[in-house]
Write a protein that binds this ligand. Structure first.
Ligand SMILES: [Zn+2]
Length: 436
């Protein structure tokens, strides 16, 4: 029989007794199994792939808007894209990306910057959170973009850790700023003895309105410079030409002092009273501001000095009051320097430790804020003593003290006269008994 013959041949070929039919069946099963496994594998790979992000970005128009973007794909529709962003030391903000849901998307979120949402000159860190229809989520690694004032063609002059940026003036102008900064840093740090910032960027604007528009400092026309101590950034409005060097010698050491006070205090910087921070910055100016002394003397004469406690907080936006606040702060810091050895460093140490404005003075100088103020006012001059007394105890109380000083001797003379008269009457034999 054919089958018998064939079987016998197969038997001859396959000692384990497998027929041709069985062999085909097993082969088919193997192929099928392979197909199933391949499908499962492919499906597994697709599952593991999930959302794939091919790019993120951030571009901006200074002081107007910043646009965050993300490009991504998935094996199912991507349904949501949220950007999370924050400036250094700033609050975390979230924005919902705009896009058409699909397997490949390009999403964007536009943040308006008017009103100072993001502080200029700060790096902005951002990342995206994406979700697809399968419920899978992915978060992109954080990316960073420096938010600089890119309205001007800045040129850089650098030396070591110091970088001066300017868009006007010649090389000597930028060089002068670099020289002033280089000599100011170690001089200021002699007192503070802190670690110098790893990098300092000084931006020189040529006009106040350009700087102020960068900082949105509306209402503070008197503010010619600003420091961002946490960023190691100094901004100053100094026009090139005559007078530039003198202004650099005032403004640059002043702003650098703020950077060093921040270096010395870190997170405690927020607790450093304004009179101490601005007072230090002002005493470190390389050229004195005569108008400070004039403002101080005029206010002292008129009895209109600002209470020191008021100067713990940010200064008034009023130009006249702000100038007096700077003048007083400078004078108080100089007074502390003259009368309390190592007082400044002790004060900063107290504020690092969490002291309040007055508590820091007590801890570091062993006196109260009001006693310090009393002594400082008295040091301003003879008339300062009287005005200090008036301000301390009040005009009526002081008047009462003065009147009593005049009346007491008179009362004493009168009493002595009465006593003399009484003694005379006893001597005359009549004993007078006072019942009331
Ligand atoms: Zn300042």
């Amino acid at each position: 029989m054919w089958h018998t013959k064939r079987t016998s041949r197969l038997i001859a070929l396959h000692p384990f007794g497998m027929s041709d039919v069985s062999r085909s069946f097993i082969a088919a099963c193997v192929v099928l199994l392979g197909l199933v496994l391949s499908l499962l594998l492919l499906r597994g790979i697709a599952h593991a792939q999930g959302i794939v992000v091919s790019g993120t970005g951030a571009r901006y128009t200074f002081a107007q808007q910043m646009t965050f973007t993300v490009t991504a794909r998935s094996d199912v529709d991507i349904l949501s894209a949220v950007v999370v962003f924050r400036a250094r030391n700033g609050p975390e903000r979230r924005g919902i990306g705009v896009f058409t849901p699909g397997k490949a998307i390009q999403a964007g979120f536009v943040q308006q910057l008017v009103g100072g949402v993001l502080p200029p000159f700060s790096p902005v860190t951002f990342w995206w959170e994406l979700t697809d229809a399968a419920g899978r989520k992915t978060t992109t690694p954080p990316a960073s973009r420096d938010y600089l004032d890119n309205r001007f063609p800045w040129k850089e002059a650098a030396e070591g850790s110091l970088h001066v940026w300017s868009y006007a003036g010649d090389a000597a102008y930028a060089r002068s700023a670099l020289d002033v900064a280089r000599s100011a840093l170690p001089r200021v740090n002699q007192e503070l003895q802190t670690q110098l910032p790893p990098r300092v960027d000084i931006y020189l604007y040529t006009a106040l309105d350009e700087l102020q528009s960068a900082l949105l400092l509306a209402g503070r026309d008197w503010q010619g410079g600003q420091a961002r101590p946490d960023l190691g950034v100094v901004l100053a409005a100094i026009a090139p030409g005559q007078g530039a060097l003198a202004q650099m010698k005032r403004d640059i050491p002043h702003e650098l002092t703020h950077l060093l006070v921040f270096q010395a205090t870190g997170v405690g910087y927020a607790r450093v009273p304004r009179w101490l921070d601005e007072g230090l910055a002002s005493v470190n100016e390389e050229l004195a501001q005569p108008e400070y002394q004039l403002a101080l003397e005029a206010a002292d004469r008129a009895g209109q000095l600002i209470p020191l406690e008021t100067l713990c907080a940010p200064f008034s936006p009023d130009a006249g009051l702000a100038q007096l606040a700077y003048a007083q702060s400078q004078s108080v810091v100089q007074f502390i320097r003259n009368n309390y050895p190592d007082g400044i460093r002790k004060l900063l140490g107290a504020y690092i430790g969490g002291a309040t404005c007055g508590g820091g003075v007590e801890q570091a100088l062993g006196t109260t804020l009001s006693a310090l103020e009393f002594r400082w006012r008295a040091s301003l001059g003879p008339q300062g003593v009287w005005l200090t007394l008036v301000n301390s105890v009040g005009a009526w109380a002081l008047l009462a003290v003065m009147v009593s000083l005049v009346l007491l001797p008179l009362a004493f003379v009168r009493r002595r006269a009465q006593e003399a008269a009484g003694k005379a009457s006893v001597r005359q034999g009549g004993l007078r008994v006072r019942t009331r």
